[in-house]
Design a protein around this ligand. Structure first.
Ligand SMILES: Cc1cc2nc3c(=O)[nH]c(=O)nc-3n(C[C@H](O)[C@H](O)[C@H](O)COP(=O)(O)OP(=O)(O)OC[C@H]3O[C@@H](n4cnc5c(N)ncnc54)[C@H](O)[C@@H]3O)c2cc1C
Length: 319
């Protein structure tokens, strides 16, 4: 495709870059090249960008890339990078918290503590952005992102803004789908999705109960210590690779199958936490994906349980 800025016409105020190594934007520190990356200056600029974007241009949102494996052949089209720009965070008059999509979990947790709000401590240990946490319904220690959501603001790829309520989504364990997506008007001929169906989170209003800042800070500290003790945070990883099956833990099953420490190339099932795969230094995305498949097959063969990846795997395989 020729220069995107030229096609869009209206001057953009954000940053458009080309041939971006996604290893710099993913916590696994590996993966191929994204053809283009656009980091909007603000919401208005994002709307200009989306309204000018050619219909056929693939578009993929990335936050902190902490749940993402980009295959070694890279990503075609444009990565929409909100991290580093849409960082607004304030208290509304009604006491709710307004946070833009690029706000990191840790910042959100500290902000809530500073305003004597409780119930946000769990965000502290999730190394993603609010946008990524909304997309994943991220959670831990008995709490999930969408439990706190009053409403969200989204934009679709035609540059239309919507405010949506939790009832507009089917929400489950690491699962968020807009209910409207089942609607036939979102299907084009041949049943591919119509462009307006692709939406990105740009902000959310969150509600937390009143608490006491000091005890919330203690809670954050305790949760972070728990993570340090149980997770291999010294090596690049993407958190839990598989969802927990109903009534069980993926880590327990993987360990029971004797897979801790298994390796393919530079990818290894962590010795510390069996549901983590770490990049020991030079893992390719293919190493990690092969190891994911191998673990999945071994667990299924030995226990009859099929584990489903929680991490999102995107892009092309290297030929
Ligand atoms: C050490 C470690 C610990 C972790 N612990 C937890 C945990 O306890 N609980 C948990 O749930 N997860 C955990 N994770 C996984 C990860 O942090 C979460 O899934 C997080 O929500 C991902 O946010 P992100 O901004 O990094 O999203 P990314 O990885 O960049 O993207 C994830 C998905 O969200 C989509 N997305 C991103 N931004 C937007 C947006 N603005 N609009 C629409 N879609 C968007 C992407 O397209 C992609 O499909 C952990 C990861 C690591 C590395």
């Amino acid at each position: 495709m020729t220069e995107l800025q030229h096609i869009i016409g209206t001057p953009l105020r954000g940053t458009l870059t080309h041939n971006v190594p996604m290893r710099k934007h993913t916590s696994w520190r590996t993966g191929g090249i994204a053809e283009r990356m656009y980091q909007p200056a603000d919401l208005e600029d994002l709307l200009v960008f989306l309204r000018g974007l050619p219909a056929g241009e693939p578009l993929y949102a990335v936050g902190l890339g902490s749940n993402l494996l980009v295959r070694d052949g890279g990503l075609r089209g444009t990565v929409l990078m909100l991290h580093g720009t849409m960082n607004g965070l304030h208290l509304e008059l009604d006491g709710s918290v307004y946070a833009e999509a690029a706000v990191p979990g840790a910042k959100l947790a500290r902000f809530a503590a500073a305003h004597n709000l409780q119930g946000a401590a769990f965000f502290a240990g999730i190394p993603g952005t609010l946008g990524g946490m909304l997309a994943m319904n991220a959670g831990c220690y008995g709490s999930e992102t969408w439990e706190k959501v009053l409403r969200v603001q989204t934009v679709n790829r035609l540059g239309e803004v919507h405010v949506r309520m939790p009832v507009d989504y089917e929400i489950g364990y690491r699962h968020v789908v807009r209910t409207e997506m089942q609607d036939t008007r979102y299907k084009t001929q041949g049943s591919s999705l119509a462009p307006q169906s692709q939406e990105f989170f740009v902000a959310a209003w969150l509600q937390f109960a009143k608490g006491e800042g000091g005890s919330v800070r203690q809670e954050i500290k305790a949760l972070l210590n728990k993570r340090i003790a149980s997770q291999p945070l010294n090596l690049p990883n993407a958190g839990s690779v598989f969802r927990n099956p109903q009534g069980d833990h993926a880590a327990r099953l993987i360990e029971q199958c004797g897979l801790k420490g298994s390796r393919i190339g530079g990818a290894q099932v962590s010795e510390k936490h069996a549901n983590f795969i770490v990049n020991t230094g030079a893992a390719t995305a293919a190493d990690i994906e092969k190891l994911i498949n191998e673990v999945q097959a071994a667990v299924q063969e030995q226990t009859g349980i099929k584990l489903h990846p929680e991490v999102r795997i995107v892009g092309d395989k290297k030929l």
